[in-house]
Ligand binder design. Sequence first.
Ligand SMILES: NC(=O)C1=CN([C@@H]2O[C@H](COP(=O)(O)OP(=O)(O)OC[C@H]3O[C@@H](n4cnc5c(N)ncnc54)[C@H](O)[C@@H]3O)[C@@H](O)[C@H]2O)C=CC1
Ligand SMILES: CC(C)CC(=O)C(=O)O
Ligand SMILES: [Mg+2]
Length: 371
Amino acid sequence: MPSNKKLLILPGDGIGPEVMREVRRVIDWMDRRRAVTFDIEERLVGGSAIDAEGTPCSDETVERAKAVDAVLFGSVGGPKWDGLAFEKRPELGVLRLRKDLGLFANLRPAVVLDPLVDASSLKPEVVRGVDIMVVRESTGGIYFGEPRGIETLPDGKRRGFDTDVYHEDEIARVARVAFDLARQRRRKVTSVEKANVMQSGRLWRAVVGEIHKAEYADVELENMYADNCAMQLCSRPKQFDVILGSNLFGDVLSDLAAALTGSLGMLPSATLGAVDPVTGKRHALYEPIHGSAPDIAGKGIANPLAQILSFAMLLRWSFGMDEDAALVESAVGKVLSGGLRTADIMQSGMARVGTSVMGEAVVRELDKLAA
Ligand SMILES: NC(=O)C1=CN([C@@H]2O[C@H](COP(=O)(O)OP(=O)(O)OC[C@H]3O[C@@H](n4cnc5c(N)ncnc54)[C@H](O)[C@@H]3O)[C@@H](O)[C@H]2O)C=CC1
Ligand SMILES: CC(C)CC(=O)C(=O)O
Ligand SMILES: [Mg+2]
């Protein structure tokens, strides 16, 4: 009996619509081949929404995002909108969705796939087998803290300021997500902060320690300063299982972890809200960790795999379709072991392809896997 799943697709700006087109092929394949139908609604977000609707994320878009089963997001921003006032920037589109939907836990898996071991800028022996889950807090911290601004002082000089602020409940709930994930993995959480120089970091370390002691004594907890973590990610990445960090540190460290895998174009993410105790449902948004890549937008060369793998995360986390998610991930692995590469992960001896050839190849592999 086919069941309908409601999806809101927000391609956004730059390479967002280009890589989203390739996910649509995968969704069409699922519609054709599996007992599932996706009801898809597409809307504008980011700079394209500013141009057409005067705001990076309209109230209606937020309402639709709340109403559907899951949101698939591309990326927002670009030089066209760089001159806008801070409160009007395209990036506020995704920040608003995260905040208004209560999407506090951003899961960013950084997995070095075997065929891409040599595409990493680090030595193969350093990255082979790396499998890290970065859990980034995503509705608090310095991206949302007040006060913030740029003020002009009496001497005419300007002063810019932001506030990194965390309530203990915000730390506790994302810590529980990290510990729960660790239980399904290798049972280790590395919690990163700068408790040596930041008050919010001191609280972070204290609260994570308390949650660990009271509820997760079976999981190993390691505390690490964020700067040290950046260094260790480059020198000994295999020591990490789950890395837990604030909005800012999680953002920065996951981009770094992406470099281990070969490219930002390989890393998907899921941003999850709390499970409603009555309905058992949760709001969720799935997006690659990369941005709108203005330097390559419009050239047809962007890597669509992070966006496609974000759809696989959607199948797993929002719909419990673990087998289908694994099928999409296997298809991606097969395409890569078959030798196709977009420019960002190009290696000698491999075949360089553009965005749509890569997307078509994933669908071809899905056909073969399902045959
Ligand atoms: N969630 C979102 O919507 C995000 C939006 N942004 C926005 O995107 C814009 C550009 O930001 P950047 O700092 O340049 O970061 P970016 O992630 O867009 O690009 C960084 C570098 O990675 C490359 N890259 C990224 N994704 C790729 C892909 N799929 N295939 C091949 N190469 C890829 C780009 O070409 C560029 O050289 C800014 O306006 C920024 O605010 C940045 C990060 C997240
Ligand atoms: C609001 C985004 C542009 C911040 C970011 O870099 C991200 O979420 O990855
Ligand atoms: Mg980022």
